[in-house]
Design a protein. Structure first.
Length: 183
């Protein structure tokens, strides 16, 4: 069983590629772990569109914070798990007023699961460190936490794919069956 991180900038094709990877595995049942919470109408429409894109064969779990626990409790019954996305997960913890130590402990719990996953796991995260230094402390904290989490998750995963303009580049090649697959 392998874990794969699909990472890239906004609108780089991360979620679509992660879904394609997961679908290509042919494993059943398929579990989608959604970290997004609908805060407004635009987000509700976005969530609905993504659910339609995935189709009825996906079981969706809404898990804003307890990702490692969700994998542990559901992993033995799942054929594969797709988690989208880690950056919203970090934001959710920040909004719940978790301090940096707590967030990094949650990240370590997830890393521990990813090192020996109960089924194939595909994770999606945004790369936020390639931009400018944010002007305010909250945004800098978010950027830093996202960078630290991404580093730890990438180290724990067997495969890491960097998305640029819809093109996947395998940057950590210990692959699951479709890690080396080209789009």
């Amino acid at each position: 069983m392998k874990s794969t991180l699909v990472i890239g900038g906004c609108r780089s094709g991360k979620s679509s590629h992660a879904l394609s990877l997961a679908d290509g595995l042919g494993a059943r049942p398929k579990t989608f772990v959604a970290t997004c919470t609908a805060q407004d109408e635009e987000m509700r429409r976005r969530i609905q569109r993504h659910q339609q894109e995935r189709g009825a064969e996906w079981q969706t779990l809404e898990v804003p914070i307890e990702i490692a626990a969700a994998i542990t409790s559901r992993g033995d019954q799942a054929g594969l798990i797709l988690i989208d996305c880690l950056t919203l997960w970090i934001s959710n913890m920040m909004m719940a007023e978790a301090d940096d130590t707590t967030i990094l402990k949650e990240c370590q719990k997830l890393c521990d699961v990813l090192k020996v996953p109960p089924c194939p796991i595909v994770l999606v995260s945004n790369e936020v460190g390639a931009g400018i230094v944010p002007e305010n402390a909250l945004a800098r904290r978010y950027r830093d936490l996202t960078g630290w989490v991404n580093q730890r998750i990438a180290a724990a995963c067997q495969c890491v794919i960097w998305m640029v303009a819809g093109i996947p580049f395998t940057i950590k090649p210990q692959a699951i069956d479709t890690c080396d697959q080209k789009v």
